[in-house]
Design a protein around this ligand. Structure first.
Ligand SMILES: [Zn+2]
Length: 179
């Protein structure tokens, strides 16, 4: 995988991990990742328990990026099923497609999603923080050096805790024997 591909995957990974606070900074870093209208559009999300067959319920409008992120995170977990893949690739451009066949070239977000589906083993979740990340190596289990270091620390702490309780148990039984 070349450097540009790696950068694209990083961008997608960071997008998958954004929240309402961090999304603005992400967008500044990646202004051309999505079509511009992507940020202006909203979608109607169907809350749980609302029937779509009844008279039109008032559905709250959520930003498209939020909905797209939901689908991305779900697809990440399921290793990009075809249904999700099509929604991911098409929904941000659907309003600007126009005479798509003649003039449309691929957007960075589309390249990034396709890169990940071509090498689905990269779509992982960090063993420590549980958030999605794109693995660079087959053995990667953690999203960052911080999470890796933290998990080492936890292992040590657990070891000490086990050793400690072991020792306490020994002392406890010794104490009882001598009493
Ligand atoms: Zn992590």
């Amino acid at each position: 995988m070349n450097r540009e591909d790696k950068r694209l995957l990083k961008a997608l990974e960071q997008f998958a991990r954004c929240d309402a606070q961090s999304i603005a900074a992400w967008r500044r870093d990646w202004p051309e990742f999505f079509p511009h209208n992507f940020w202006k559009r909203g979608i109607k999300q169907v809350p749980e328990g609302v029937s779509m067959s009844g008279p039109g319920p008032e559905l709250p409008l959520v930003p498209l990026w939020r909905g797209w992120q939901d689908v991305l995170v779900q697809a990440w977990r399921l290793r990009f099923p075809l249904r999700d893949l099509v929604r991911l690739l098409v929904s941000p451009v659907v309003q600007e497609a126009g005479d798509a066949l003649s003039s449309m070239s691929e957007w960075p977000y589309q390249q990034a999603v396709l890169l990940l589906t071509r090498e689905p083993w990269r779509a992982r979740h960090c063993l420590l923080c549980g958030r999605p990340f794109a693995a660079e190596k087959g053995a990667s289990k953690f999203c960052s050096s911080q999470c890796f270091a933290e998990s080492r620390l936890n292992t040590k702490r657990r070891w000490w805790a086990d050793q400690g309780s072991e020792r306490r148990r020994e002392q406890h039984s010794k104490g009882r024997k001598s009493a």
